[in-house]
Design a binder for this molecule. Structure first.
Ligand SMILES: [Zn+2]
Length: 130
């Protein structure tokens, strides 16, 4: 069990009080009658599924019952910040990438991770068997 900070209650509450509601910051087309079927379908059905920073809509269902946003890392599951509706996140994939270049923060960026031996040791072990 862990606690999630509700920006409206202004305190940490148990995770069971909250429910995720999907991707945050989805813009409704300004003129639905004028947009194409593809644009409307994208708005209704297609969501981002990034490996890394994701902004999500959550509701404090067994508390204040208000919706708010969470910036969460989809690899580590770490909740980096919570903020009220209508506000913009202070932590984005772009801001973390620029910090990573400066060497402050290490972030998984969706690249392949090598597990175990490097290519050099593999070729060495093959050489030892011959
Ligand atoms: Zn709340």
């Amino acid at each position: 069990m862990f606690n999630i900070y509700c920006p409206y209650c202004e305190e940490h509450r148990e995770e069971e009080e909250f429910h995720p509601k999907g991707q945050a910051h989805i813009q409704r087309p300004t003129d639905p009658d004028a947009c194409s079927d593809k644009a409307w379908g994208d708005y209704l059905f297609f969501r981002d599924n990034p490996r890394g920073i994701h902004h999500e809509l959550w509701v404090h269902a067994v508390g204040c019952r208000k919706f708010f946003n969470i910036t969460r890392h989809t690899v580590s599951y770490a909740i980096l910040e919570t903020y009220k509706m209508g506000e913009q996140p202070t932590i984005t994939a772009e801001s973390l990438a620029s910090e990573e270049k400066q060497g402050d923060v290490q972030v998984a960026d969706g690249g392949l991770q090598t597990v175990g031996a490097s290519d050099n040791s593999v070729s060495e072990s093959k050489g030892a068997k011959v």
